[in-house]
Design a protein around this ligand. Sequence first.
Ligand code: ADP
Ligand code: MG
Length: 650
Amino acid sequence: MSAAAAPEQQTYEFQAEVQRLLEILIHSVYSSKDVFIRELVSNAADALEKVRFETVRGESLLEDDRELGIWIETEGADSADDEGGDDAADDADEKASEPKRLIITDNGIGMTEEEVRDNLGTIARSGAVAFLEQLKKKDSDKDLNLIGQFGIGFYSVFMVANRVTLTTRSAHPDAHAVVWESDGLGSYTVRPAEGDVPRGTRIEIELKDEEDRFASEHTISEAIRTYSNFVAFPVHLGGEVKNKTKAIWREQPSNVTEEEYAEFSKFLTYDSGAPLHKLHLVTDSPWQFSALLFTPSTDPESMGFGEGEVSLQLYVKRVLIDGSNRDLLPPYLRFLKGVVESEDLPLNVSRETLQENRVLMKIREILTRKVLSELTEMGKKDEDRYLEIWDKFGRILKEGYHDFANREKIHELLRFATSQGERLTGLESYVERMPESQKAIYYFTGASRDALDGEPRLELLRKRGVEVLYLFDIADEVVLGSVNRYKEKDILSADMVKLEDLEGVGDASEDKKDEGEQKEARETAGPLLERFCELLAERVTEVRFSDRLIDSPACLVNPDGSTPHIEKIMRLMNKESELPKRVLEINATHPMIESLAALANKDKNDPFIATACEQLFEGALLTDGYLTDPHQLVTRMHEVLTEAASLKKG
Ligand code: ADP
Ligand code: MG
């Protein structure tokens, strides 16, 4: 505490994070500084909502005879515009040296002295610090625009202000009015207000010279139109109400224009692009409720601010009960933003849990079902747009795989990469493309399209022209595993495929040497197979001839009956875990195997066979990402190359 001019005035340092933030804001070259108007107006609106809320709860508040509202006044610029003629020039010069001002007043809930110091001196929300870091790194317009979402909107006023004087009187009857003042340079003062102060908050902004356009009514009214058109309370400026104050979610959808939806979405979601989808529901049975939900065009989670939560505005009987309700949608639909209102909920609903309130639970069910079926519909009728949603939010949406009640709808929404081209596919269209004789849906996990296009274990399916879903994300394997069966088709990892499963599928003539030749090759390679078994005894469950390999000599597959995705998850969770033992398959008709077989028939113990066996085994581990130490493989390869080179040289 430091000594101050008036005895009752106290000076306080801003919290360190706030100081950092202010420093960034004061020096910001951000081009849309007018967002500070949105932030101050939205704070005023929040304060007014709180008055409504406390009033319906029967709290006794300090009265105010004006209707609930926001008033904006400007001082300086507009009057100077009117000045004309030489006589006025001196006068105008004098005026110009006086700072221009903008004043925003509301008759909302106000703040007590303690609240002022808590709210306007510290940063409460944890995401704010990460946001700050981001700002500092990039200083991009898009990021600053999101400032309001991190509980630090108020400070944006310092982008344009030299000094801010905020006078506030809490609506709680015994509170006294206080004045908070700061130049944003590290500290602020708090002192008791003089005279009779009405309920609410008045913010006087002394504008920086270079930002004096914000003392122009025209600029302010533009900003209100852009950002605050749907604020629920009248915003007065120059004797007029500048905003619509229309609660469009309560309207019948037929009464709302597309433009209004787009504007409202911007207002609500901070998303500058047009929403990718909207759901507007107004219903009276079995309960009265209305909802307006948007799928925004950008994913805030992708900006590195961590995982979000469901957050919808909940109104009950026209009162905002909860500005960020978590119960109205399941977490996997948290990318939706919007408003829900009901006459049939109690005003204290936010103190009840979801299970306690049947109506809330029902609304959630209805909204969830409706959103999922609209998205499914879109997936069929406007696939490009749906793929855009999937691209941005598929990661979140597929978390819904364990929502048992809606599983079928969610299955329709899944999209995967496929061997059949660059475009993502859903299960339904995969099944539509399937030849009738194909019994299962096949997928395979790999690092990339290139890796899977060249994957030996897919050779047979590839030759037969069977489509394989390409999974690049291990989560996809879990999701698909949970689908289990789709339209009576099994969903199988492609390395589980057996030759007999593919009877009648595609053209079999290409993929195998004729049976006689195959049989003969396997007979010849018998001793080689035995030798491989001896060499790898401890490391594989089995060595066998392969039906699936065509162009490659060997591969590793899971033993029959194992469920590969579970095994991988276990490995992910427990990094120490042992390598799973698998089956080594060899291709008897591959030239390399044929030569090794001939060698084995001469001398089973030829050391070159052991070298080749190790190399094939470790090579297969390597392509699967299971080889922990590649040194031996590389050394062995060098030995083989040395030998081969000397042979070539002749
Ligand atoms: P947020 O609005 O996200 O909480 P802000 O930085 O915009 O973050 O505001 C911080 C807090 O200051 C608000 O939560 C509110 O408690 C208080 N506040 C700001 N402006 C007003 C106002 N006009 N009336 C009452 N309280 C206000
Ligand atoms: Mg705010």
